[in-house]
Design a protein around this ligand. Sequence first.
Ligand code: ADE
Length: 601
Amino acid sequence: MKYTGIEKAVFLERPNRFIAYVNGIRGQEEVTETVHVKNTGRCRELLLPNTEVYVQHSDNPNRKTKWDLIAVKKDGQIINMDSQVPNKAAGEWIREGNLFADMVRIKPEYQYGNSRIDFCVETREKKILIEVKGVTLKEGETAKFPDAPSERAVKHLEELMRAVDEGWDAYVFFVIQMKGVKEILPNVDTHPEFARALWKAREKGVHLIARDCIVTEDEIRIDQEIPVRFPEEMEEEKPQERLKHLPEPLTAWFRKEQRDLPWRKDATAYHVWVSEIMLQQTRVEAVKPFYARFLDALPTIQDLADAPEEKLLKLWEGLGYYNRVRNMQKAARQIVELYEGEMPADYDQILSLSGIGSYTAGAISSIAYGIPKPAVDGNVLRVLTRILADGEDIMKASVKKRMEGMLEEIIPADAASDFNQGLIELGAIVCVPNGEPKCSKCPVEEFCLAHQRGAELSYPVKKKAKARRIEEKTVFILKDGENIALHKRPSSGLLAGLYEFPNVKGKLTQEEAIHHIAELGLSPLRIQNIGEAKHIFSHVEWHMTGYAVRVDELEKISAKNLVFAHPEEIQKEYPVPAAFEAYTDQIGILIGQEKYEQGNL
Ligand code: ADE
């Protein structure tokens, strides 16, 4: 940011906080001018008699003082003291796309809650609040903020934390109005409350960034990134140090306390793989019958590679996320082709298979082959963020990566399986997802920072997901004397390739439903409203209204991708998604998890 009308002067004295006497403007050493001082925070320290200062001619004709003091020279360096400039310089710098390359809009002075936040930035994906703090205080090579207690600054931090809770991204941007600093710290001497609030804000996921500035007589320009640190007495033990305590008690605990689970009996790579994919979406107890039946039907990777798609989907019916099993089959075919049907004993090769991410690759590598690679899923993230009292949003890929990196350094080479399963088991039965964790049963209770602070339930921090889209549907159980109509869903998208009861968008009244059936070429003999049902997917909710319709002859129907099958045949052969579970009693069949419940099968 360029200043115009800058003049050198010499500081004489300050009769009060807001004005100063200087002389030497435009070389007129004998003329004393009264100048306005914008920044009062560091005046006592910086404005010493005979100090070289820089003043700018004011454009405002109504003002008594015609000059503003905007910078001062200290130890041969110019320090900008203009309290308005950090904001202007930051705005300019952000507008140039330096902080967000995909910025769409920037609004200054954004009213959020009870505070005005300096900037609201919108990118294509996010809304971001940025509060700028100008920094002029420097001790040695350390910049400090604030130079005087600032309740407003604490309030700003509280608003930013609230914004993070409400799904915003939030930044505190320290603009250090000089060069020559190596770090910036909150000033615990002048305002400990601000330091604590800043700490809390960082834990909550507010980004803390700082940049120094190149300052010349008539220009200030944002320059290099400077690390934001906290005084040593505030910094906790480094996360890596804390995690070093885990392996011994965790593996010992797992060996003693682990549950007796089918996939732990004969932990081949294939068994671990199947179980882990199933467990990604379903509770342990519900997985057990699926797991048994799947391996009964497809005991080897070769069998999985060769299975007809419908058989595969039927085995998966009720587990949801059907692409997972399709990907498993792709991976099985890759294994047959590249590794003679044997899961390779190499983390990177496992990771390169279809549908296998770092969690599954780590679980297979460590549990089946003892390879010391981490397996971090949502449950493990919960355990780790509690142990570390880590307040970053666990939905960010970078958090998982950081945790994997830390675990990789401590995972014991001779007990990788017990260590990873120990973390998984801890997440399942002690450090539980719903309700209070059972800390008194935890083998690493004494190392858990969240527990020490009594703040277990504050972690993990997880940004609220977008609200799910709601789709209204009308579902028809169309039956003649014998058969039921099923519609095969398209081969891509939600529930691809599965069989559903024919349905249309919207919530039809009985009359509209009769009309629709007539349009299909059928004559409804009897129609019965069979009620409403709801099914929740990850991004969509179906709100359904069902009609059971008796027709004379299904074959008359004029619609594509329909099949007509006897209920028994449907139960045995056709994969029907659990979304329709509410209506299957109409045809006397059970699908998905229902089949296994209360000894049904
Ligand atoms: N959840 C995810 N993986 C698991 C495993 N291997 N055992 C028990 N629960 C799990």
